[in-house]
Write a protein that binds this ligand. Structure first.
Ligand code: CMC
Length: 384
């Protein structure tokens, strides 16, 4: 066996696994206080944004660093409305994809295709990036919802440029005008998932953008990264768990058995938060309200039971993914679209990060600590 090289770097400068605690860049977009459970977008508390703002306004805030004036917001809504319909070829992919295809794989492929025909694809200026960001945010709802309708054999529903992104998504998915209270609940979900600092998918987007690659390529990297169950993919697994539970009374035993078997309970824990994720606090209330209004409180009640069991057994707090499962289910959204919806919202944050990266760029190229064999002589095949 070959001798192993002694690390050249002192242990104190070697990052912990998963780059924990490493500051990998500067950003004016988002600030998280993991100790107190506070999340701010460009200085605005998400609690206030979830109460009074809209997803469209949040997009402007992330792209410009300030809240829009009334006219600016109207202008953005008009621009988003004009771009709600992606070009036709993306529907061929949706029709050709096997029904078993992961919806994040489909979205990743469709966004990649859109990039090839975007008029500004190779242009990384601020103006071109804002135009591409607007198109991407506008097109993603249809990519997700209409693809689902095509897969189910229904004709695509029409978009309404006068309505919001949240309204259009629910309308495209269900083929009928959504209730205003459902639109508001979904809009809040989009606000809450829009941005979250140097999370894995945003880091992936920034690494891609930092090579001076284009926005669509960066977003494709991000979609592939968000898909994983330790990141955005957790919300679909939460719903799988809720469906596996016998009932509220049997939840604790089920959860304890999972933890005893060293399984992870999705929707719990976080690298940054040491207390409850503030997004979970807001979504818990929407989960309750939607369950009551739609006459199916089961998913809310099961989620509360899981939360109690996990916290009391393991001391873990819920993250954003825990209550989004029951919220989306109450809105009639199929489980396989939960992670794509996360992507639809995070598109605002990814694109804002790409713009920020391109504005003040340096190649992101960290080092690694070599722990392989010490230098040794090459031995020809016949002598091995
Ligand atoms: N279920 C059971 N145990 C857990 C969980 C969990 N959800 N999360 C953390 N732990 C335990 C883990 O086993 C470890 O225990 P021990 O020290 O005894 O081995 C300890 O807590 C620390 O875990 P870690 O994996 O080192 O922590 P991390 O900071 O690397 O991981 C995490 C963060 C989010 C990947 C992790 O908490 C997890 O796997 N959670 C479940 C997946 C999930 O809900 N992901 C969504 C995150 S929020 C939305 C997003 O940004 O994507």
């Amino acid at each position: 066996m070959a001798a192993t090289q002694t690390p050249k770097r002192p242990a104190s400068t070697t990052p912990k696994g998963g780059l924990e605690g490493i500051v990998a860049g500067r950003s004016a977009l988002c600030d998280i206080d993991g100790r107190t459970g506070r999340l701010l977008y460009a200085g605005y508390d998400i609690v206030d944004l979830a109460k009074d703002s809209s997803f469209e306004e949040t997009c402007w805030l992330l792209w410009h660093g300030e809240l829009p004036s009334k006219e600016e917001l109207q202008g953005l809504r008009a621009e988003l409305g004009a771009n709600l319909d992606p070009r036709a070829s993306v529907w061929d992919i949706a029709a050709d994809a096997p029904d078993s295809a992961d919806r994040m794989d489909l979205l990743r492929t469709q966004v990649s295709l859109l990039g090839m025909s975007d008029p500004d694809v190779a242009e990384n200026s601020d103006d071109a990036n804002r135009a591409k960001a607007t198109r991407l945010v506008a097109q993603t709802p249809a990519l997700i919802a209409t693809s689902e309708r095509i897969s189910a054999g229904f004709a695509p529903a029409d978009v309404d440029p006068e309505q919001s992104i949240a309204w259009n998504f629910l309308h495209l998915l269900h083929g009928e005008a959504p209730e205003p209270a459902d639109v508001r609940a979904f809009d809040v979900c989009l606000i809450l998932h829009a941005e979250h600092g140097m999370n894995a998918s945003t880091f992936a987007a920034r690494v891609t953008a930092a090579t001076l690659s284009d926005m669509h390529s960066a977003v494709v990297s991000a979609i592939g990264t968000l898909k994983g169950p330790l990141h955005g993919g957790a919300n679909e697994r939460v719903m799988e768990l809720l469906r596996d539970l016998p009932d509220v009374a049997g939840t604790r035993q089920h959860v304890e058995a999972m933890l005893a078997a060293k399984q992870r309970i999705m929707g719990f824990g976080h690298r940054v938060y040491r207390t409850e994720d503030p997004r979970a606090t807001i979504l818990r209330e929407y989960s309750r309200e939607l369950g009551e209004r739609h006459g199916e409180k089961k998913w809310y009640e099961l989620t509360v039971a899981v939360e109690k069991a996990v916290h009391e057994t393991k001391g873990l707090y819920p993250n954003v993914d825990l209550y989004s499962g029951s919220v989306y289910t109450s809105l009639g959204i199929p489980q396989r679209l939960f992670t794509p919806i996360f992507a639809m919202s995070r598109m605002a944050g990814w694109t804002a990060n790409v713009m920020e990266q391109h504005r003040d760029n340096r190649l992101i190229r960290p080092d690694s600590e070599y722990v392989g064999p010490a230098p040794r002589d090459y031995v020809p095949t016949e002598a091995r």
